[in-house]
Design a protein around this ligand. Structure first.
Ligand code: NDP
Length: 485
């Protein structure tokens, strides 16, 4: 059995109590590897290592140039090993190999971006009305605890680690229990690229036994979390005890809105891509497809015809457009929503397990039409390939339905009328809005949600800000006493 080790204080380590958990290939349901089952003692070791690397100055006091160079070397190594990483990511998560390869390229780009940004953090002179020099200095927050989900395993790790390291923070990262492998592969290169021991620590394990102690730990200064809204709420409450800085990237139920004047073929493609990419296991999935009534029937028909042609298959086959879901638990969850949908709306396509697959957590791409926005399938995040298509009569109704959700991560609007498109953009309560596209994501642009999709922004200069404190420094230039007494 291929056993991976965690990465604490620069060393590959097992868990203190010696437990392991299985990591699966979701296309075969077979065990791919094992990883250490960490508990709070392992988390404490990792936090102490990160604390020491921070407090000794081993990382925060390196120059920004040096930190940047190390991130660039890590990016170079990732590019060199991208074939291995892509294949492992695909096998472990079930995502099609072509998508996994895009992810790994984005991982390298993320480290390159923050490698460059490390030297571009600006500090300010404040124009105070006195004979004084007033400065705003930027300093790293300290030890960052980072908890990530399984849908984009190494990419989510990069979104967390790269800005934190560029800022001068040290890190303890807990990957999702389903998908810890690629980040553990990456950890093998930390010493080679020049990361001092303790700067990045990877702890594997389960949410309640490894994630929760990280959030509670008094020596952790900040928690960056990506995951479900339910767990986000638990984390926010727990972090309150030690007043940690918290950023939350949570789920969504994002509207993808189609007006009758949109390019029809592009719109059908955009509706399918928006909700079925990565098996629909995407926080920003356009899972509520809002369509103007005058094109509604033709639109549902167009989606259905194309959805039936989506090639399901083994993740490593290059023609595969949709692989299995990540786990048995996720498979059962999505299957239960497929059944619920049959009671709540009209099934247009899919709705079950595809024929011809004896093994693997495969589900059909599923489209429900004539959905009422109050139905559970339109309100709850399914996190799988299940689309709900909802008709609307005019712009006002489209905006009202789109915003009628507790979430606010993303949205898209399709129209050739630029005035209308921009009116709708302004009216949507979401952190990311696309026009005539859905899903493109760039490290240069901010990412994060409104409402219950969380707070804080990742990527771009916004991402590094979340790992920086601002220190005000006042330097008195008057040589005279204050003269008050
Ligand atoms: P979860 O919220 O279940 O888990 C996310 C991470 O939190 C995992 O590492 C998990 O560990 C850990 N965790 C679970 N319970 C606790 C706890 N009590 N304390 C600390 N950590 C805990 O989400 P999923 O992994 O199921 O991922 C899917 C969710 O992530 C979706 O809701 C999706 O929308 C969201 N997501 C949001 C993104 C965004 O950018 N907004 C991007 C990607 C996903 P373990 O795996 O061991 O349970």
């Amino acid at each position: 059995m291929n056993r991976y080790r965690m990465h604490i204080n620069g060393e590959p380590v097992e868990s203190r109590r010696g437990g392991w958990f299985p990591v699966y290939d979701p296309s075969t349901e077979e065990i791919l590897a094992e990883a250490p089952d960490a508990d709070e003692h392992d988390v404490d070791n990792a936090v102490q290592a990160a604390r020491a690397a921070f407090d000794s100055g081993a990382w925060p006091q390196t120059t920004a140039q040096e930190r940047g160079r190390i991130l660039l070397r890590l990016a170079e190594r990732i590019r060199k090993e991208s074939a291995m990483l892509g294949e492992l990511e695909s096998r472990n998560s079930g995502k099609p190999i072509v998508e996994a390869e895009f992810d790994i390229a984005d991982v390298a780009t993320c480290f390159e971006y923050y490698g460059g940004l490390a030297t571009k953090v600006m500090e300010h002179v404040n124009p105070v009305p006195d004979n004084a020099l007033s400065l705003s200095l930027k300093e790293p927050v300290g030890v960052a605890g980072q908890i990530i989900p399984w849908n984009y395993p190494l990419l989510m790790a990069a979104w967390k680690l790269a800005p934190a390291l560029a800022a001068g923070c040290t890190c303890v990262l807990k990957p999702a229990e389903q998908t810890p492998l690629t980040v553990l592969e990456m950890a093998r290169w930390f010493a080679d690229v020049g990361l001092p021991p303790g700067v990045v620590n990877i702890v594997t394990g389960f949410g309640e036994t490894a994630g929760a102690p990280l959030v509670r730990h008094p020596d952790v200064n900040k928690i960056a979390f990506t995951g479900s809204a339910a767990v986000g709420k638990v984390i926010l409450k727990s972090a309150a005890d030690t007043i940690k800085r918290v950023t939350l990237e949570l789920g969504g139920k994002s509207p993808n809105i189609f007006f009758a004047d949109a390019d029809f073929e592009a719109a059908i493609d955009g509706a399918l891509f928006g909700v079925f990419i990565n098996q629909g296991e995407v926080c920003s999935a356009g899972s509520r497809i809002l369509v103007e009534r005058s094109i509604y029937s033709r639109f549902v028909e167009g989606m259905t015809v194309k959805a039936k042609r989506i090639k399901l298959g083994a993740p490593l086959v290059r023609e595969t457009k949709m692989g299995p879901l990540v786990s048995k638990e996720q498979y059962e969850r999505v299957r239960s929503y497929q059944e619920l949908g049959k009671q709540e709306a009209k099934l247009a396509s899919g709705g079950g397990r595809p024929a011809g697959f004896d093994k693997g957590y495969y589900v059909e791409p599923t489209i429900f039409c004539d959905v009422d926005n109050s139905a559970r399938i339109a309100r709850e995040e399914i996190f799988g390939p299940v689309a709900t298509v909802i008709p609307f009569k005019d712009e006002a109704e489209a905006v009202r339905i789109a915003n009628d959700t507790p979430y606010g991560l993303a949205a898209a609007v399709w129209s050739r009328d630029i005035f209308r498109a921009f009116r709708v953009v302004k009216a949507l309560r979401a952190g990311v809005v696309w026009v005539n596209h859905m899903q493109p994501t760039y490290v240069e642009a901010p990412w994060g949600g409104y409402k219950q999709s969380g707070f804080g922004r990742e990527l771009g200069p916004w991402g590094i800000e979340e790992y920086l404190e601002t220190k005000q420094v006042h330097i008195n230039l008057n040589e005279q006493p204050i003269g008050w007494y």
